[in-house]
Design a protein around this ligand. Structure first.
Ligand code: PPE
Length: 311
């Protein structure tokens, strides 16, 4: 799932550097104190070029995450978008994953991050189906984690910070150890929050529901896209708090994320969900999502940053 396939160049602090040279010192602040924010973006290849899904929106979220942890990035959203475009061209990749990261680098240690410099990098590499090749069709199993989503007052889920992913990692490892494919975290009030790297949706009697942002989740761009696509297709979509039993009794449950795309959940805590594989609403939304990201739906081209091939 996560083995890196190296590409040629990484963009770092305004320059293209060779993959192997994009290193940082072991005393970089972020390594010790989690002072980094990042993004995960997918780029899809069609016959004319590379289509980067919601690139500008992801870079805006990066800037917002940075702002919330007191980092003012030395690059604008437009500069980060242009850098990504240059990088994808330079690496001549097919479909790939884009990982921008902004972090407190080398120069000062101690809890106060402010004396440490800010470094910004963007990497791209091929990344296959996040939850395994069969997951998109067959679904994956999930378990409710004994680890909780942190409250909005402690490493908030709304900030896509490296620090938050310690919690995701704990939940994910536990899920794997218990024989599940992925973890679902409840928040401190016991409401369903999200997966270790995905937002979550349920379908019951044709109505789609997903936890509200106020339940302490990441404001997922795939989540926002699915809400918009579903509403425009005539579905009722509610942003409402969900309890664990809402998951058990749903007809369908699915995860969304840039990496996970739209992944059905076949069972939760050993209880089969609906028909135990991708249900009809999930199938519809997943297909629609893939059609959109591959540029087949004119109405949603607004979400694609198109990098034309230069012949
Ligand atoms: N919640 C969490 C905790 C999360 O990590 C992600 C994305 C989402 C929701 C969905 O957000 P969005 O991608 O904007 O729809 N997780 C990213 C990183 C995964 C990783 O393993 O690293 C991703 O999907 O790229």
């Amino acid at each position: 799932m996560a083995a890196l396939i190296e590409s040629r160049y990484i963009w770092k602090n305004g320059k293209m550097v060779a993959w192997a040279d994009a290193t940082t010192h072991v005393l970089s602040h972020a390594l010790h104190y989690g002072t980094a924010v990042f993004e995960g973006i997918r780029c899809y290849r069609d016959s004319h070029g590379s289509l980067v899904f919601r690139l500008e929106d992801h870079m805006k979220r990066l800037v917002r995450s940075a702002y919330m942890i007191g980092m003012e990035l030395p690059y604008t959203v437009a500069e980060l978008v242009a850098a990504t475009e240059d990088l994808i061209r330079a690496n001549e990749l097919g479909s790939c994953y884009v990982r921008p990261i902004a972090y407190r680098g080398y120069g000062a240690l101690g809890v106060n991050p402010r004396p440490a410099p800010i470094d910004v990098a963007i990497a791209v590499w091929p990344w296959d189906a996040y939850l395994g090749p069969e997951a998109l069709e067959q679904g994956i199993t999930a378990g409710i984690s004994s680890w909780r989503q942190r409250s909005a007052n402690a490493t908030p889920g709304a900030i896509k910070s490296s620090a938050s992913y310690l919690n995701s990692g704990l939940a994910h490892m536990e899920a794997i150890d218990h024989g599940y494919g992925e973890a679902i975290l409840l928040n401190e009030s016991g409401m369903v929050a999200e997966g270790s790297g995905e937002n979550i949706f349920i379908v019951r009697d044709g109505i789609i529901s997903t936890p509200p942002l106020s339940d302490g989740i990441l404001e997922g761009l795939t989540r926002a896209s699915i809400i918009e696509i579903a509403r425009n297709s005539g579905y009722e979509v509610l942003e409402r708090s969900l309890v664990r039993t809402d998951l058990y009794t749903a007809d369908e449950v699915f995860f969304t994320g840039s990496a996970a795309e739209v992944t059905p959940i076949s069972a939760i805590d050993g209880r089969q969900i609906g028909i135990g594989k991708r249900g009809p609403v999930t199938t519809f939304l997943q297909k629609y999502y893939f059609d959109i990201v591959y540029g087949k739906v004119f109405d949603y081209e607004k979400w694609l940053h198109i990098i034309q091939d230069i012949d």
